[in-house]
Ligand binder design. Sequence first.
Ligand SMILES: C[S@@+](CC[C@H](N)C(=O)[O-])C[C@H]1O[C@@H](n2cnc3c(N)ncnc32)[C@H](O)[C@@H]1O
Length: 277
Amino acid sequence: MTADHETGPNHHHESYTHGHHPSVLSSHEWRTVANSDAYLIPDLVPGLHVLDIGCGPGTITVDLAQRVFPGHVTGVDAAEIVLEKARAHARDAGVDNVDFVVGDTYALDAEDDTYDLVHIHQMLHHLSDPVEALGEARRVAKPAGLVAAREVDYAGAIWYPLLPGLAKWAALYQKVHRSHGGEPDAGRRLKSWAMDAGFSEVDSTASVWCFSSTADREFWGGMWEKRVLESSFAVDAVDGGFATPADLTEISVAWREWADNPRAWLILPHGEVRCRA
Ligand SMILES: C[S@@+](CC[C@H](N)C(=O)[O-])C[C@H]1O[C@@H](n2cnc3c(N)ncnc32)[C@H](O)[C@@H]1O
C-alpha cells in the first residue's frame, strides 16, 4: 500500500481505486464545469445552495461556486489530503463562497432537505453501493431541489490507433477497479441506479470526454504513462496478481506512443442524470 492510497476501506468494503498520486490529481484538476458538467449549466443559477460530494481537488466545485454566486457550495470528500488542494485552489482563484469538509457520502453531516443542488461527479463508480449514496444525496436535497450525477463508462471507451498496450490497459483497468469494490462501467448503469434510489423524476443524458489535441493527448496519455507505473494503481495491479511489472511497462510505453501520435484519438463516454426527489 503506497502513501498516496490514503482513502482506506470503509464499512462498504471499498477503497478509492486511484489514490491521490500527483498523476491522478492532474486528471482531476483538468476538470471544469465546461468540460465535465455541460449538461448542468442551465441549472446553475445565482443564489443556489450546493453540495458537491466526492469533490476531490475542487476544480469543478470552485467553478460551480463562481456560477451560483452569491449562493454557496460545500465540497465534501473522504480524503483530507485532496481538500487541502481544493482550499488552496479556491484561495488562488479568489473564490470565497465555497468551503471544503471531510465527510462520507453514505452518512452526510447535513439535515434533510438542505440543498438546492446536490452534485456528484465521478464518485459513484468507486462505490460498492451507489444506490445507497444516491439515496443519501436525495435525503439532503430540498424537495424541489436537484440531484445531478455524471459517471464514466470505461468499457465504452474507444480509441485509435489500436495499440495492443492500450487493449491491455482497458482489461487491467476493469480488474483493478473492480478489486476495490467499484463499477468501472457506471455510466450505462447510472439511470437505473437513480431509479432504484427512489427519485420521482430522472432525466438521463450522455456526453463524452474527447482527447485529440496535442495538449489533451499529452494530458491523458502522459498521465496514464506515469499512473500505470507510479500510483497505487500500479501497486494494486501487481499485488492483486492482475499484471506483472513488464505488463505495466508495456502499457506505459503504449500511452507514450499514443500521446506522441498526432493521429491518435480517444473518447470516454459518460452517463448523466438530473433527478428530482
Ligand atoms: C474520481 S475523484 C472525483 C473528484 C471530483 N468530483 C472530480 O470529478 O474532479 C473521486 C473522489 O471521491 C472521493 N470519495 C471516494 N469515496 C468516498 C466516500 N465514501 N465519501 C466521500 N468521498 C469519497 C475520493 O476521495 C475522490 O476524491
